[in-house]
Write a protein that binds this ligand. Sequence first.
Ligand code: SF4
Length: 352
Amino acid sequence: MKIGFPRALFYYDYFPFWAGFFHSLDIKVVTSPPTHRQIMEQGLKKVSDDTCLPLKILAGHIQALDKVDAIFLPRMVSVEADTYNCPKFLGIPESLFTAVPAGIPVLTVTLNWRKGRRQILKDLQVFGLQLGKGKADIQKAFTLGQEWQKQYQDSSGAGWDFEETIREIEKVTKGLTKPQMSTLTPSIPKVQDTTDRLRIALVGHSYLTHEAYGSQNLLGRLRKKAEVDLVQHVKQEEVDTNLLGLRKKLFWNHAKQIFGAGNKFVRDPKIDGVIYLSCFGCGTDSMVQELLARYAREQHKPYMMITLDEHSGEAGLVTRLEAFIDMVERRKVHEGYVSAYGECLDRDSNAL
Ligand code: SF4
């Protein structure tokens, strides 16, 4: 059996779990190709205009999986106690049925950590019946999935490169390498503290920052000009520590990760500037980015927000990026942290 797994949205954070799960069940997982123009255009035709960009891209990837026995669209309600994923995750698969190629069945299962491990296992066992697998098989698959996911999450901040790690996991699922996650080695070293280059933090959802086509290759462009720190480079303990000052706990899982990592970057003197990458129609970003912008202002940290949708032009993005880098560079190399007009014209502004 060949199961199609779209390379979008939940792929970027939870693929290791599902890859391990299906690998244990001896089910082949086929991923859609990296996003290209046609995938984007197909996605736009299948969802409403006011949907966020990552969901539109997901709709395109689902259509690209037209040669598989079934398409897997999990409903990831919650991945840790006391938080939820964004409501758009909860609406999957129903909100995307129109994108599924005719004649291909959809496989789905609900994953809700708020209900506890036992309930998850029960739900997976019911799902396993559709795959013709027994309870013992599912128990084993669940354990392997968790192992792979843990290994992947522990790699955050440990010098592993996010994309490279995901690629290695894909190789394992395709049978190209031995099924031992522990054999993976760091491929790209962590940002060196001693570097002379600018250090810019790019914060935002993994499925946007690593979505090369949808983000107009912002990450790649940025890497040519500076060392780039990402949310995935921050260890979970540091994320948690940087959430402590909030009066109220953040409700959404992704918002917690982004804000925790972003707050660390804003306070880190080694980081020269912070770019928040968001997309139109994202409810969680509308709050988190505002909060982070205020923290950046307090710390006088250069901060820029980029909001994308499918109409965003390359020229505008490049111009903004270059202007931001130029200003940060000038501030760091030539002008120090004192404005030519005095120490700070406006105490509440993070203007350069
Ligand atoms: S968190 Fe934002 S970008 Fe992600 S699915 Fe929800 S609305 Fe879309």
